[in-house]
Design a protein around this ligand. Structure first.
Ligand code: PLP
Length: 456
């Protein structure tokens, strides 16, 4: 049953149940798709890597957000994963959106979101995009330097401006402060110029770095923001919004959220509106990626005779594994289907397999079995096999894992899958070497409450 309720979730009773059910549904969706594909006869592209997206996971993350940070309205950072179904769901749940470009703003407006729910959170904006925001009535935007203020004065003089301040992002995965954020020494000058230009400064923004891990970075940033609010007040501004940016991760959220919530309450009265720009937090765990093994190479150590195997998949760092390069991720392979594994996802090796059993399992295979998976005397002992995992392009940096060991025999045509592939993956995929950057997504929804919201 999937009738577990939002109130159960909010009481904390239901989190495990939802996740368990989701795992099963994802497994079924992966299996269902690969069962339709026979890589030995299919058309080009049929065996392409594909995603399974669980919108129920996004929904659970939203409820978790509301439970832990009730005062802070999330504005989903579209850059992280501009998946149309995710955008639709979050729009229906009442979230706002952080957009970095004209295309992202367009995408969000297209699904019927009011422009007042969008923040153009890019301190250095393209002029033509700025003209577009004026036409579309998107007024909230960030800035962090004087030249941007002059540009805004020219093109969007009625904008609601958030001064983005510098943060200590040293404990984050992807540092942003080397590129953006006014230092605390410059905020007075920026506010004074904004006043002189008769611009509407409405708030302060910051970002503690993507994949932040030190809660004290939030504490410091919030107290710096308080100083800027006071500087602005002295100049006659009445700032009304604090934007605490992104940087949230599912794994550390329960530690970060209370620190941030407390810092906000300690520094800002309830009349101040608090928003955030979470990206990764919402989508990382919702997307699972399945990839097909297109080739295998045996490597024998000349000295020891030990064999290892290079597996080449049809997706790599120029595709959805761009997160390895840009987002410092280490995706972990899991076996979705091996040719020896007739049961697919729920692999269990319960029966002893005879030599003759193996002979029949080899039928229809391209390659002979690996050394380790032969049965002797009716007993199968499986030593872990050492693999490295590679992408499909001709470039040597296209490596997903230099060392992965598994007891499973993996062959050409088999499938691997990877959890947590929903953040900074497909959005930065390229078509290098002629491979596709448009991988299919199979949508499922493990939460009944979310299904109706996206018409599933
Ligand atoms: N807001 C801005 C301005 C960003 O640059 C980013 C990420 O680069 C985000 C929000 C989203 O960050 P995260 O995915 O860490 O929540």
């Amino acid at each position: 049953t999937d009738t577990h309720s939002v109130s159960d979730f909010l009481s904390g009773a239901d989190q495990k149940y939802g996740a368990k059910q989701a795992k099963e549904m994802i497994g079924n969706a992966l299996q269902k798709h690969i069962q339709t594909i026979d890589p030995s006869v299919c058309e080009p592209g049929d065996e392409d890597a594909f995603f399974v997206a669980d919108l129920g996971d996004v929904y659970r993350q939203h409820l978790r957000w509301k439970k832990n940070l009730p005062r802070i309205t999330p504005h989903f950072a579209v850059k992280c994963n501009p998946d149309p179904m995710v955008l639709r769901l979050l729009a229906a749940l009442g979230a706002g959106f952080d957009c970095a470009s004209k295309a992202e703003i367009e995408e969000v407006l297209k699904i019927g979101v009011d422009p007042s729910r969008i923040i153009y959170a890019q301190p250095c904006k393209t002029q033509s995009y700025l003209r577009y925001t004026v036409k579309q009535n998107v007024r909230q935007m960030t800035f962090d330097n004087t030249d941007e203020l002059y540009k805004i004065k020219q093109i969007a003089p009625d904008a609601e401006l958030f001064l983005r301040i510098f943060t200590d992002d040293s404990a984050s995965l992807c540092r942003l402060s080397q590129k953006f954020g006014a230092s605390m020494e410059n905020t007075q000058e920026l506010l004074t110029l904004a006043k002189k230009l008769d611009l509407n400064v409405a708030g302060v923004a910051f970002h503690v770095g993507s994949g932040a891990s030190d809660p004290s970075a939030f504490r410091k940033a919030v107290s710096d923001a308080r100083i800027v609010f006071d500087q602005a007040a002295a100049l006659g501004y009445q700032l009304h919004t604090l934007d605490v940016g992104g940087g949230f991760m599912s794994d550390t959220f329960d530690v970060m959220a209370p620190v941030l919530g407390q810092a906000v309450d300690d520094n800002f009265p309830s009349s101040v509106r608090i928003i955030a720009e979470p990206g990764r937090y919402y989508t990382s765990s919702a997307f699972t990626l399945a990839c097909n093994v297109i080739a295998r190479r045996t490597v024998e150590d000349a000295a020891t005779g030990t064999k290892s195997y290079m597996l080449y998949m049809n997706d790599g760092v120029y595709g959805n594994f761009s997160s390895i390069i840009f987002d410092h991720q280490h995706p972990v392979p899991q076996v979705l289907r091996t040719t020896y594994n007739k049961d697919g996802f729920n692999y269990s090796f319960s029966e002893s397999m005879t030599d003759s059993g193996y002979a029949s399992a080899e039928e229809g295979r391209l390659t002979p079995p690996l050394d380790n998976d032969r049965a002797t005397n009716n007993v199968v002992t499986r030593n872990p096999i050492e693999y490295s995992i590679w992408g499909p392009t001709c470039d040597g940096i296209d490596c997903i894992s230099s060392s992965w060991s598994s007891p499973e025999t993996l062959d050409i045509g088999d499938w691997l899958y990877f959890d947590d592939m929903g953040a900074y993956t497909k959005c930065s995929a390229t078509r290098f070497n002629g491979f596709t950057d448009r991988h299919m997504t199979v949508y499922i929804c493990s939460e009944a409450g979310a299904r109706a919201l996206v018409g599933m």
